[in-house]
Design a protein around this ligand. Structure first.
Ligand SMILES: [Zn+2]
Length: 164
């Protein structure tokens, strides 16, 4: 049987629809705008993508199996808490995050003014260094559900290493 290499890569992807009325929870922070994301939990599309990326990297399932949207306990649940619980499972299995690179696809809000705060929230949640997390925004160029402002999408690629 082949040996598992000491690094793993994971990909996370998520989409949530937008509705009128703020504020919006995105990347663990509260953004003061007149839109919010729709979902069973707090609908934090970026933290959901990160959660799926780190779980998938080490084959520990996905956010839907860990936190089913049919469970009352997950209604309006804080995605930071879900991310922390998922990472605790990853750490328990002997892995740590090396770095995360994330993309938020959104027409509104613009991501760049909030980038540093989002990065800080993620690094605090996962006890990482700022230099190991990056988040960028893409506007959707006025086409598709992102460009029309109907939804926000997020992607994350995560590299993990064996904890020594
Ligand atoms: Zn989600």
């Amino acid at each position: 049987m082949s040996k598992i290499p000491p690094i793993r890569i994971g990909l996370g992807h998520d989409t949530h629809r937008i509705d009128k009325g703020g504020p919006m929870t995105l990347g663990g922070i509260t953004i003061d705008c007149d839109l919010h994301l729709i979902g069973h939990s707090d609908a934090d599309v970026l933290l959901h993508a990160i959660t799926d990326a780190i779980l998938g990297a080490v084959c520990l399932g996905d956010i839907g199996t860990l936190f089913p949207n049919t469970a009352d306990e997950n209604k309006n649940r804080c995605s930071r808490e879900m991310l922390q619980l998922a990472y605790a499972k990853v750490v328990e299995a002997g892995w740590k995050i090396t770095n995360l690179d994330c993309v938020i696809f959104a027409t509104q809000p613009k991501i760049s003014p909030y980038r540093d705060a989002i990065i800080q929230c993620i690094t605090e949640t996962l006890e990482m260094e700022d230099e190991n997390v990056f988040v960028k925004g893409k506007t959707g160029e006025n086409v598709g559900p992102i460009g029309r402002g109907e939804a926000i999408m997020a992607e994350c690629v995560a590299l993990l290493h064996k904890a020594s």
